[in-house]
Design a binder for this molecule. Sequence first.
Ligand code: SF4
Ligand code: MG
Length: 324
Amino acid sequence: MLLEVRDLHVEFHTRDGVAKAVNGVSYGVDAGETLAVLGESGSGKSVTAQAVMGILDIPPGRITGGEVVFQGRDLLRLKEDERRRVRGAGMAMIFQDALSSLNPVLSVGDQLGEMFTVHRGMSRKDARAKAVELMDRVRIPAARERVKQYPHQFSGGMRQRIMIAMALALEPALIIADEPTTALDVTVQAQVMELLAELQREYRMGLILITHDLGVVADVADRIAVMYAGRIVESAPVHDIYKAPAHPYTRGLLESIPRLDQKGQELYAIKGLPPNLMSIPPGCAFHPRCPLARDVCRTDEPPLYEVSPTRGSACHFWRECMDD
Ligand code: SF4
Ligand code: MG
C-alpha cells in the first residue's frame, strides 16, 4: 500500500466542547489506484485528508490516535522536519477553490515555475519552460502565451487545471483532491475529472478523491469509502456499490443522484441532518435518519461487517439493505 490510514481519531476542542470529527477511520490507497471518499459535509472526509497532509492546525484539531503510514513509514511518529520532507516530496493536494489557493499578484508561470526554482534548484528560464510544459500537460490552450497571465484571467475550469499542474509539478506519489470540481459547471466538472483520472493513470499515482457527489466518481474511482459522523460506514469496489449498496446511507446517496431517465420524478433525499459531532447519537450514528432502523440500532454500534473479502458495511442489517 502506498498510503494506509489506520484507526485514525481526530478531535476539535472548542469553547462548547469536544467535536469528535474522525472516530477510527481506516483506509488505504495503492499506486495507480483511485479511492473516492464520499460523505456529506461534516462527515470527516476532509479532516481525515488534512490529517494525512499535515494541515490540521487551523482550527485547533488534534490527532488523538491512529497511524498514517505512507510508503511504509508512520508519519505521525516521525520528527517534524522529517515528516515535512516526506510529505513535501511525496504528496500534493488540490482544493475546491483555486482562486483563493493561487497567488493573485503572481503570473501563473511564476507560480508554477517557483515549484522548480525552489524545490529543484532550476534556473528561472528552465523553470519557465517546465511551467509551459505542465500547462500543456493539463491541456491549457496556447500555454506559451498564457503562462504570462494572472489567475483572474483564467476561467474556473482553467484555474482548476492550473491547480492540477501545481500538484503534479514535483511528481508526487499521492494526490489528494478535496471537492476539486464542486465549484464548476457540470460539463466542465466532467472534463476536469476526466483529465485528473487520465493523469493519475499516466503517472501511476495514488489518488484520493473527496466528494459529496457520488455522481462524479462513478467513472474514475476504483474503490469508494463512504463516511458518516467520522466513521467509514461502507467500503467497497465502485461497481459493487452501484450494483447494490450494503448500507442505507449509501443507498440514500445513490438515490439522490439525478438520473436522465427519471426526469420529473422527485429525487430521494435522505431525511434529516448529519449529527452534531459534539453529541453523536449512541448505537448507529445514522439511526435517527435511517428507514431500516430498529431498537438494536439505538444501542449497539455496528462494527464494519465483512460483506465480502473486499467489502465492508457498518450496518447490522446490511443483508436486508442489499436485498431491498
Ligand atoms: Fe440503519 Fe440500523 Fe443499519 Fe444503522 S445499523 S444503518 S440504523 S439499519
Ligand atoms: Mg470538506
